[in-house]
Design a binder for this molecule. Structure first.
Ligand code: NAP
Length: 317
């Protein structure tokens, strides 16, 4: 039986499945492992089922024992893993695509609604019993007829587009490559981010974190947004230059933000906290029972498939 280090707690059903499939080394206290601890705990293991909370950079990967043949990441994103370093060591890396698309798109839509419709202020007013209905109370931005710019029209971006379109939004997107007509589903393609930004009344960041996308939402690009645009990020915190976005909020260049992800999680730039126009969530994208169960099961299946066949359809390196 293969010995697998599982770095974070999974839902009960998934841990039961893992204990049948492997000699599994669980993290029963759900402690956040340092890089040193991951190296220590993986001694004698054949694989690691990792989470986005472990930074598996080149230095860490190079210190993993020779016996490690696979890192199965419990996420679709793999910005926490140095894929080249893993490849050089002959370690296969896998992810959990598709199963989390719907749940994450739900949060993507919630971020748009929460930021456009002044939900943080509304919640505060209701909790404090400090409000009265009036024709001009907490006037927000209506989604119907607004242009939604999607940066990263992949699985999650396309699902957000379907829901946003049903709410009457007009969809624009930027990817490095243009989609086929059926995947575009009536959306307008922009071959540059600046062009997308210039038509985005609301921006939804849905692309992966990579060397190319770090701080892509920066001072220069933000200037291309229409005045009073709304910026939302359901992808990864690394894509946004926080100081530039906070400055844009300050200047009212940006009307509101909706954020689920941050640089340096679980911390977030305290600059956001002073804005009532900041609708902020604690990385809830895939957090439903159905989705977390499906992700855990897929991460386990990926390891089983790899040891059975020598490859895996969800391999990313
Ligand atoms: P996906 O299907 O791979 O889609 C990614 C899209 O981004 C693709 O359309 C890709 O198109 C585009 N893209 C990649 N690099 C780009 C670049 N440099 N410039 C412009 N566009 C670029 O991925 P997904 O399943 O939709 O997931 C997207 C991301 O969401 C994940 O990587 C993850 O970080 C994040 N996520 C967050 C949560 C959460 O809890 N908040 C949950 C799940 C996922 P091209 O290749 O043509 O450029």
């Amino acid at each position: 039986m293969k010995k697998i280090l599982i770095t974070r707690r999974l839902l009960k059903e998934c841990e039961e499945k893992a204990s049948k499939a492997f000699d599994a080394n669980f993290n029963s206290n759900d402690e956040l492992y340092t890089q040193k601890k991951v190296i220590e705990m993986s001694q004698g293991c054949d694989g690691i089922l990792s989470s986005l909370t472990e930074k598996l950079d080149a230095e860490t990967i190079n210190k993993l024992p020779e016996s490690i043949k696979i890192i199965s990441n419990f996420a679709v994103g793999f910005g926490n893993i140095d894929l080249d370093a893993a490849k050089k060591r002959g370690i296969v890396v896998t992810n959990t695509p598709d199963v989390l698309t719907d749940a994450t798109a739900e949060i993507g839509i919630l971020l748009i609604l929460g930021a456009c419709r002044r939900v943080p202020e509304g919640i505060q007013g209701a909790k404090d019993c400090n409000w009265k209905w009036s024709a001009d109370y907490l006037i927000g931005k209506q989604l119907t007829g607004a242009r939604l710019g999607i940066l990263g029209m992949g699985r999650i971006g396309q699902k957000i587009a379907i829901v946003a379109k049903s709410l009457g939004m007009i969809i624009h997107y930027h990817n490095r490559s243009k989609l086929s007509a059926d995947k575009e589903n009536g959306a307008t393609y922009h071959d540059s981010l600046k062009s997308l930004m210039s038509v985005s009344d609301v921006l939804s960041v849905c692309c992966p974190a990579s060397n190319e996308t770090i701080n892509l939402i920066n001072k220069e690009n933000i200037e291309y947004l229409p005045k009073g645009a709304v910026v939302t990020n359901v992808a990864r915190g690394d894509i946004v230059d926080d100081d530039a976005l906070i400055d844009a909020l300050e200047r009212r260049k940006v009307y509101a933000v909706g954020l689920d992800v941050y640089k340096g999680e679980p911390n977030l730039n305290p600059g956001y906290l002073k804005f009532k126009q900041a609708f902020i969530l604690p990385h809830l994208g895939s957090a439903t029972k159905e989705t977390r169960t499906a992700m855990g099961n897929l991460a386990i299946d990926n390891i089983e498939e790899f040891f059975k066949t020598g490859n895996c359809k969800n391999r990313v390196n």
